[in-house]
Design a protein around this ligand. Sequence first.
Ligand SMILES: [Zn+2]
Length: 495
Amino acid sequence: MADPMNVLLIARVSRDNTGEERSVDEQLDELHGWARREGWHVAHVIRELGSASRFSQRRSRNEFAEAVRWIESGRIDAVLMWEASRITRDLGVYAELRETCAKHNVKYGYDGTLYDFAERDDRFRTGIDALLAEDEVARTSERVRRAVAANVSAGRPNGKSTWGYRRLYDPETKALREIVPDPVSGPLVREAFRRFLGGETMHAIATDWNRRGIPPRRPKRSDRDPAPWGSYAIKEILRNPTYAALRTHNGVIAGAAIWPALIQQSAFDDVQKRLADPSRRRDPSAWGPGSLLTGTARCGEDGCRARMRMGYNNASYRAATGTARRQYRTYVCANGAHVAVKQVWADAVVVEHVLSRIEHPDFLAALHDIEDAGAERRRELMAEIDDHMTWLSRVRERAEAERNVDLLFEIESSVRPKINKAQVELKRLTSASPAVVALASESDVRSAWTTLDLPAQREIIRTLIDVTFHRARQKGARGVLSTLDRTEIRWRVDG
Ligand SMILES: [Zn+2]
């Protein structure tokens, strides 16, 4: 059996284009998880704390040089990072990294996909992503500058106390006397756990907290930042063992803590299990709000079938695709410049399709049959997946303890297909989701639709139909009618 691949992980401070922050720890956690799932060995980690922009190039240059040394060393087979913009937003530097990887036969992975620069398509894809990322640099730089200024003027304390708790000090000796739940933020921590366990998405919780004006855990980054809470902030809370009164050391739980628990350990463990559920991770909506069809609609170009992502039709995008249109939001093929459709029209076409079908009186009856027939089986499948996953993690522990990689690979290769098969069936059965049934039961389906939040709307669209966008027949053909013509919709539920 071949040795496992050796990988280099790179994480850095950045903000994605939904305005949500992935901390360096968050990125590394995801990258470690990716490597673990694939059975790759993490040879080295570069925690690149500097900005990737040309405005602070000197600072990031050292870490970049370190990355290049590792690629050249022959000791690693692949570089993994969160996304293209994590390694650099400067195309010159990017090209240097790409050349180095290609020269030393090192693969390059981001967004959960490993690219081989020897393949022409992979080179094209990563090049386009870097072009798209470049335009954000100026805005990011401005945000960072403002954030630093805000923190300095706010006299920010050393932020060692965990949100949800309060530290009581002895008034004379100034020594830490006790850590107690904070009367304001403590109940919010409990609320986040309770609602997530109740089936709400992290995005829904964040949206609600923003609506209620709940102050952020840390000082606001800028006045232009209207929404302090995002899915990732909620996720950080849900993953923090501190709230179950567990002490951690280097990210590993090290024992009971002196402070009181805000959440029972059994509930905390349940939440961790859900967060680690691979079927949830694969759900594109778990990655943030996005738009109605990002990550679900597909490219209709022959042999492509890649999912659509947001393109902003900015200067870099126009240069890459050779168009000169004004700036608006478009869905673009994640695999290249095959297909682009204007978002407002695409959304309108798809929503109209779905709502006019749901409104039909026969629809609800057909849906109920599916719901009844599928519910039991869905529970069985989820239990089956859970069993397989538990078994795998036990084997993984044993293989690690015995340094027996063959054992791990052998078990993985027999269990993985079973998990995948169960997930495929589960996904098919999930076509009649409770959200769809609830919407179809409304007397006024259209007005009910407008009150749903984006994750709920995405869930409904995703479970009911597969959307494919085709290239425009004539160059420059646009408008909602052209979009209608280019949109192929397949129903997954016979209603
Ligand atoms: Zn495509």
